[in-house]
Design a protein around this ligand. Structure first.
Ligand SMILES: Nc1ncnc2c1ncn2[C@@H]1O[C@H](COP(=O)(O)OP(=O)(O)OP(=O)(O)O)[C@@H](O)[C@H]1O
Ligand SMILES: Nc1ccn([C@@H]2O[C@H](COP(=O)(O)O)[C@@H](O)[C@H]2O)c(=O)n1
Ligand SMILES: [Mg+2]
Length: 215
């Protein structure tokens, strides 16, 4: 087992089994542009993108015994029990050779947050928060056209309610720890990424450089 040097001791190096990882949580309302910008961050900064929603949708497609339950929850805009989502995230992290992850759309509520920290021991390096009005998010979701069962006005309204009631308190929790980097996500896509670049570039040397000294 290695330990961090003095220069990297404030980086989130945590244990997941034997694996040390750096994690950034990417949070924001439905349609705020998390997935779009994660693709840009992956391309420029070498992170692996894990979208909790994508993992849950893949689980439905795989024919898993939880598939019907997950499908029903997504249709209703409800949050799937933490143990299901955490298991999927944990497996995805362990199966991936990378050690830097963007976890998009998770934690979605206090239960997600506390259970993830308890099970994995991971504390995020920071939280990238996409700030956008409901009016703009609704416009984007209705225009997304990816055949998602939850991109209809009835489910969108439910997702907004869940976001305000359950997800924003998680952001507030991390805000109280000084861990939130807030982005104006209402800007056009290239401008949002320019703002994100400032954050990742200034942290790059710290986040990217995990120095492990064999003991
Ligand atoms: N800054 C932006 N300006 C305009 N449209 C955008 C912007 N960012 C993303 N979009 C578009 O809005 C839609 C939603 O974006 P995206 O899927 O990235 O959001 P999301 O936050 O991942 O949503 P969800 O939480 O539902 O997964 C997509 O069609 C995307 O192309
Ligand atoms: N932590 C999570 C994340 C997502 N879900 C469910 O998936 C839906 C879609 O999520 P997106 O991030 O892709 O928008 C979401 O509305 C939830 O039903 C979840 O339960 N837990
Ligand atoms: Mg998404």
């Amino acid at each position: 087992m290695g330990s961090a040097t003095e220069a990297t001791k404030d980086i989130s190096e945590n244990l997941l089994g034997d694996k040390k990882v750096t994690v950034v949580f990417v949070l924001g309302g439905p349609g705020s542009g998390k997935g779009t910008q994660c693709a840009n961050i992956v391309e420029h900064y070498g992170f692996t993108h894990l979208s909790a929603g994508d993992l849950l949708r893949a689980e439905i497609k795989s024919g898993s015994e939880n598939g019907t339950m997950i499908q029903n929850m997504i249709k209703e805009g409800k949050i799937v029990p933490s143990e299901v989502t955490i298991k999927l995230l944990q497996t995805a992290i362990l199966e991936n050779g990378n050690d830097k992850f963007l976890i998009d759309g998770f934690p979605r509520n206090e239960e997600n947050r506390a259970a993830f920290e308890r099970v994995t021991g991971i504390v995020p390096e920071f939280v990238l928060f996409f700030d956008c009005s409901e009016e703009e998010m609704e416009r984007r979701l209705l225009g997304r056209n990816q055949g998602r069962v939850d991109d209809n006005i009835e489910t969108i309204k439910k997702r907004f309610k869940v976001f305000v009631e359950s997800s924003l308190p998680v952001v507030e929790h991390y805000e109280s720890l000084g861990k939130v980097k807030r982005i104006d996500a209402a800007k056009p896509i290239p401008e949002v990424f320019e703002d994100i670049k400032v954050i990742f570039s200034s942290l790059a040397s710290k986040v990217m450089k995990l120095v492990i000294i064999s003991s």
